[in-house]
Write a protein of this length. Structure first.
Length: 393
């Protein structure tokens, strides 16, 4: 099989790229190792920057998002027993965020691609990438849903298959640098059938550890508590999770918090990772294949969309105008934004979490910085500008 762009991974990055390329008449095929049911059921991020929503609107992918997404004009931060509000709209000239589950966005993207005749091959894992460093027509070898090995020849390969995918693993070690940081804790997250206790996200700094209240709809809440990175999930029965949430969120949130059926529960370790460069010959990495951010700043999905915005524009210039400048500068343009987002996500994580071995002095510094953040318009503006999203390149 032949195509112009082979896309590995049917996550938000791969599906958005497929859609944007097809709108420009650029042929592409998406290879996805999992089934459609599995991909559409994965619970992931749910906070969309305003720039992300704008990209999806221009692509014609935001109809349901605009109907069902929850538009927020700020967030709340709780520390030292008091809740404070960061007003995004007033600090950034009216910019906002939208809460809309990534799995719902994936459903929208898959439906749009299939309705347009797009080729998404589910249950077809890529098993080898050949010739992307030194060949004009690299080959992706993959296993078909029937179990046979097949070959897909393309002009370019887009690696959108996540941190543990084959595209990242196929890059020679000597061809890249990997920058990593692991955090000594994890997030235990639940998706529960309980009405939101607030119309905005609540970030909590607490002596027992960080907590976050979020939501997915008027009847679904997404909640997190900091836990040890190696905690077994069995150590967190539902009752313990609800008790910790009640303590860390504070009485004003705990009182209306009604424990409901838990649809999903998992523990995620927090880490930061950046691969430089993001291009290797005819292979381009995007999204989690190129970088990982801790979820504190709500940036993973948004950073993937920013990558694809640049990559789709570069491929359009190559095919429609015969220009390769944007392909050549793809990595540099993306990494300029990636490192700013990494910095913000690290800062939010360091500010709000209880680190093992944190001294009393360090704890006081955290509280002092939080106090400054909510009392200084300049400091609050810095948080707001980063949270609603930096300008697209």
């Amino acid at each position: 099989m032949q195509t112009q762009v082979a896309i590995i991974g049917a996550g938000p990055a791969g599906l958005l790229l497929s859609h944007l390329l097809a709108r420009e008449g650029i042929d592409n095929v998406v290879l996805e190792r999992h089934s459609r049911v599995h991909v559409e059921a994965r619970i992931r991020a749910g906070v969309l920057e305003e720039t992300t929503v704008e990209v999806l609107e221009r692509a014609g992918l935001a109809a349901r998002l605009k109907r069902e997404g929850l538009r927020h004009t700020g967030i709340q931060i709780r520390f030292a027993g008091t809740r404070h509000r960061i007003d995004f709209a007033s600090l950034t000239g009216g910019r906002t965020i939208t809460v809309y589950g990534q799995h719902e966005l994936i459903k929208d993207m898959i439906a749009a691609r299939l309705a347009a005749g797009g080729r998404i091959l589910f249950e077809c894992p890529a098993v080898a990438l050949e010739g992307f460093l030194d060949c004009s027509r690299p080959v992706v070898r993959y296993q078909s849903s029937g179990g046979r090995e097949e070959a897909l020849m393309a002009d370019f390969i887009a690696g959108c298959d996540g941190h543990h995918g084959i595209t990242r693993a196929s890059v020679p070690r000597e061809a890249c640098r990997v920058f990593e940081r692991s955090y000594p804790f994890g997030w235990l997250g639940i998706l529960a059938e309980t009405p939101p206790v607030s119309d905005e996200l609540i970030y909590c700094h607490h002596d027992r550890g960080f907590a976050l209240f979020s939501m997915r709809s008027p009847t679904l809440s997404r909640l997190y508590v900091q836990c040890a990175a190696d905690d077994p999930l069995d150590d967190w029965p539902d009752a313990r999770v609800w008790d910790e949430l009640a303590m860390r969120l504070g009485p004003e949130a705990a009182h209306p918090l009604v424990p409901g059926p838990v649809r999903e529960k998992s523990i995620a370790r927090l880490r930061s990772c950046v691969i430089e460069p993001m291009r290797f010959g005819r292979l381009f990495l995007a999204g989690d294949a190129a970088h990982i951010v801790p979820p504190t700043g709500a940036k993973g999905l948004n950073l993937a969309v920013a990558d694809i915005h640049v990559l789709a524009r570069a491929l359009r210039a190559h095919y429609r105008e015969g220009q390769s400048d944007l392909l050549d500068t793809y990595s540099g343009i993306c990494l300029n934004r990636v490192w700013k987002v990494e910095r913000f996500s690290w800062w939010m994580t360091a500010l709000l979490h209880k680190f093992p071995g944190l001294s009393a002095f360090d704890e006081r510094l955290q509280l002092a910085e939080l106090s400054y953040l909510v009392s200084s318009r300049a400091a609050a503006t810095t948080l707001a500008e980063n949270y609603v999203g930096l300008p697209l390149a």
